[in-house]
Design a protein around this ligand. Sequence first.
Ligand code: F6P
Length: 359
Amino acid sequence: MGNKKRIGILTSGGDCPGLNCVIRAVISHATLTYNWEVLGIPYATQGLLERKAIALNMHGLDLRGIDPLLSMGGTILGTINKGDTLAHAGEIIASYEALGLDALIVICGDGSLAILHELASLGKWNLIAIPKTIDNDVALTERAIGFDTAVSTIVDALNRLTFTAPSHDRVMVVEVMGRAAGHLALHSGIAGGADVILIPEIPYSITSICRHLVELRVRWQRKFAIMVVAEGAKTANDSFSCTTAESSHAPVCGLGQYIAEQVDYCSAKKIDMRVSVLGHIQRGGIPSALDRLTATVFGKAAVDLVAQEKYGLMVAWQNGQAVAVPLKEVVAKSPLSVDPHSELVEVASSVGIYIGETV
Ligand code: F6P
């Protein structure tokens, strides 16, 4: 506890609101409570490869200076979510030693976690991870930084569409992020009053969607509807597959547009459809109160683990508190899919939402 440490911090994977709140908490606790040195590694493993580090301290970012980090989206350290990191493993691993780090705190999602865990095992780094992702698909934690803000951003969009849709008797298709996991679509769809939610884990059928929309019109005289479509949703035989841009995760086709065209066809053009693709709007913005709170709790917990010299762990949220879970286990169990038989899926269908074919 008494020995002065030099710790590194980096953000890796797609950005999200709340990353700067974690950075703020780590700097504050590490410098104010422990009087350690904190080095920010820019652009994740790219920064390590290039041996770059920025001193983050209470003098460079004094107490007033770091306050804006609470409300700033993005990451002041920069991040990457592509590239063949393991091809440069040797140089990256050596950088930890060259920078004289006693420990490294990484804020990342499941993809980066797996890579950083491997590098840490090979290089015998003292690693602590903090989960972040708007997809909320990191295993063994009930919360990941960024998810709550992204859900609120989508719900805000759904609120807006819920005014314009009935004015024109339209069906609005809202395409949201989620290539492999549908937590974001499921949570925001329920909270935002969607009539249809399509997620990668539960196959959908265009015929059933059409039937549902017609029933809303004929039986309930509800001529507008809101559909939330996760970008990776599929039919049982995967009739639409989205290719991804080279060296990127980003889909280059639009599932929302495809669904709208299919519904248009099966309803014999009787339903007026419009499509909104929320895209990276979901990754930007001001972090929510819950994300700020979780970020601050996680940042403090990560620094305390370093103080106790307990490594190879991820800070997680379980049963109302921050706990530490073995990184190895997190990597083995991630990404975490939506369980088609979960309570939330049951809740969705209980309030009349069409959520696919297995329910
Ligand atoms: O992994 C998070 C995520 O937001 C996905 O839901 C999305 O498909 C992807 O990142 C897009 O990443 P980018 O456009 O930054 O490559």
